[in-house]
Design a protein around this ligand. Structure first.
Ligand SMILES: NC(=O)C1=CN([C@@H]2O[C@H](COP(=O)(O)OP(=O)(O)OC[C@H]3O[C@@H](n4cnc5c(N)ncnc54)[C@H](OP(=O)(O)O)[C@@H]3O)[C@@H](O)[C@H]2O)[C@@H](O)CC1
Ligand SMILES: Nc1ncnc2c1ncn2[C@@H]1O[C@H](COP(=O)(O)OP(=O)(O)O)[C@@H](O)[C@H]1O
Ligand SMILES: [K+]
Length: 512
């Protein structure tokens, strides 16, 4: 998996490289500037054909230093470049000072308040105001500029953000301050590796296209780093040539009563498609006929109460459970969730099961390391109201509390894996290992926003756990497959279509 970093982790990597003598800060800044200019010409080849007008906004730190490098390089391409500085040049950090002086030998530096902002005033705006060092909300002349640019309706102009759009917190993808004031970029060029904030919250909608420029730093993996889930790096999902159905696991999906069995059927279909050897729907008596009419390969067993459930769970071949989709919120359902948790079996808790856990104070303690909770934002807020509040409160300073922080805190409290859904799905283990399944940028999967798609995801994760995958890898693989199925199907997809795409997705990633 590819790591994404916090600002502090990036600074540490840079520090180690500089201290070891492998590279100087000035060399890194030069490569960063070149990375941005190369990416601009790659993204907009028409800009390299004739000379253009660039407006470069430089901040008081090293992000501003990158801006001076970019200004110099664009000038070398024959561009008309105007540079605007926020703050006092004498207070720039050393490498930024060097590049400020290099630029000064070529052109003027004006103050930020004078920076052009109206329609037609520039072909390219370079946002080198703040990068990983943003510490508080935009204000003063920068805020005015950002608001004026947003209002300018300047269709021809392009904006490239250096490292991250200014105003966006690089650890959380949240805009600092109570408003939504952030530079809106069509292209963002980050360095070495993407930052967590490029993927979470509004990060992906603010950055435009995200390009990561290699600046020659070596990767330094660390246990605490957050990963992006990638199809090419999933655990093997192939079936053994010599297996039989039971060796691929038996998943039990509990259904609700008559007229609300669709969710459990979607989950069961998902579990079967990802390769569980058998899938049984546990069905209350009143829903038997309804379900029987609508299943074929999925099996059915009547389960009306805890006694019947316990009998089923006495079969050691049942290797994973899914409870929650369309399940109901009555006392029988609550007792069944308790009975399931007592078994310490691989279990996905979704939808109504999450609401039951949130309603019963004793339930959270019963969760265990083989459980996966799959809340959307509303369910998350019911389960972990204080954590959700911290995530909703407008951040006044950076780094802001992020969805990664929230999911890690929730997993630690619950003592199990939490998969916090959304285009930026975050998966965390109680030990703090964390990954993001990012259905954004080129991997966007907007058609997943459809009724029942979460039920299919719960089924995918259950099926993978039934096959023997541990909770976190199953959650990661399930989330990735879910989004990839939606990408393969494309527009017009409904929940029933998701699992149908599994064969194509499996073939594409070499599963056999
Ligand atoms: N790491 C690497 O390997 C490489 C890093 N590189 C580049 O360095 C960038 C990081 O540089 P950085 O650490 O100097 O931080 P940066 O984002 O320039 O801002 C800090 C300054 O802004 C100020 N400030 C903050 N918020 C503010 C606000 N709202 N309003 C007003 N002021 C505010 C803050 O002031 P203070 O909070 O201290 O008062 C401080 O002066 C990184 O994003 C990348 O572009 C590349 O060159 C190559 C390799
Ligand atoms: N815009 C989107 N882009 C990518 N994935 C999305 C988007 N909207 C929703 N999803 C995914 O779709 C699923 C929806 O689940 P959920 O909210 O539980 O819906 P339901 O209860 O209708 O099944 C989650 O896996 C979520 O991550
Ligand atoms: K920036």
């Amino acid at each position: 998996m590819t790591e994404i970093l916090t600002a502090a982790q990036m600074r540490a990597i840079e520090h180690i490289a500089i201290e070891s003598g492998e590279v100087t800060g000035l060399e890194l800044m030069e490569r960063a500037g070149k990375g941005v200019v190369d990416a601009v010409f790659m993204q907009w080849p028409e800009l390299s054909e004739t000379s253009r007008r660039a407006v470069v906004l430089c901040g008081p730190g090293n992000n501003g230093g990158d801006g001076f490098v970019i200004a110099r390089m664009l000038k070398a391409h024959g561009w008309d470049v105007r540079v605007y500085l926020l703050g006092d040049a004498s207070k720039l950090p050393p490498d930024a000072t060097t590049n400020f002086l290099r630029w000064q030998a070529l052109g003027d530096v004006e103050t930020i308040g004078d920076a052009p902002r109206l329609a037609g005033e520039a072909d390219l705006y370079v946002d080198a105001l703040f990068g990983t060092g943003l510490g508080r909300a935009l204000d003063g002349a920068v805020l005015d500029w950002v608001r004026d640019r947003a209002a300018a309706k300047d269709v021809g102009a392009k904006t490239v953000a250096v490292d991250i759009p200014s105003g966006l917190c690089s650890d959380s993808g949240r805009v600092l301050g109570a408003g939504a004031d952030v530079v809106s970029a069509q292209l963002t060029v980050s360095f070495h590796t993407a930052k967590i904030g490029h993927y979470l919250n509004v990060g992906s909608t603010t950055c435009g296209t995200l390009v990561v420029a290699d600046i020659g730093l070596t990767s330094q993996s660390h246990d605490g780093f957050v990963d992006i889930v990638e199809g090419a790096r999933l655990p093997s999902l192939s079936k053994s040539d010599h297996g039989h159905k039971f060796s691929n696991g038996h998943a039990l999906v509990l259904s609700g009563g008559a007229n609300r069995t669709g969710a459990a059927r979607l989950a069961a279909g998902g579990a079967l498609r990802v390769g569980a050897g058998l899938v049984t729907l546990g069905v209350p008596h009143e829903a038997r006929a309804e379900i029987a009419a609508q299943i074929t390969a999925v099996m059915m067993r009547e389960i009306d109460d805890v006694v019947a459930l316990d009998q089923m769970l006495d079969d050691p071949r049942v290797s994973a459970l899914c409870v929650g989709p369309g399940f109901g919120l009555g006392s029988t359902q609550a007792d069944m969730v308790r009975a399931i948790l007592a078994r310490k079996c691989a279990t996905v808790l979704d939808a109504d099961a999450l609401t039951l856990v949130a309603q019963m104070p004793d339930m959270i303690e019963r969760l265990h390391e083989r459980c996966v909770l799959t809340p959307h934002a509303g369910e998350f807020a019911r389960l972990f109201p204080d954590i959700a509040l911290a995530l909703e409160r407008a951040p006044t300073s950076g780094p802001a509390y992020s969805k990664v922080d929230a999911t890690r805190d929730a997993a630690a409290r619950a003592g199990c894996v939490v998969l916090f859904k959304g285009p930026d799905t975050v998966i965390a283990s109680p030990e703090g290992q964390c990954s993001v399944n990012a259905a954004v940028y080129a991997s966007a999967a907007p058609w997943l926003a459809t009724a029942g798609s979460g039920d299919v995801l719960a089924g995918f994760v259950t099926g993978l756990m039934a096959r023997g995958h541990a909770a976190k890898p199953a959650a990661e693989a399930g989330a990735w497959l879910h989004a990839e199925c939606a990408r393969v199907f494309g527009p017009g997809m409904i929940a029933e279509d998701i699992a149908e795409q599994v064969p194509a997705v499996f073939r594409a990633i070499g599963v056999r």
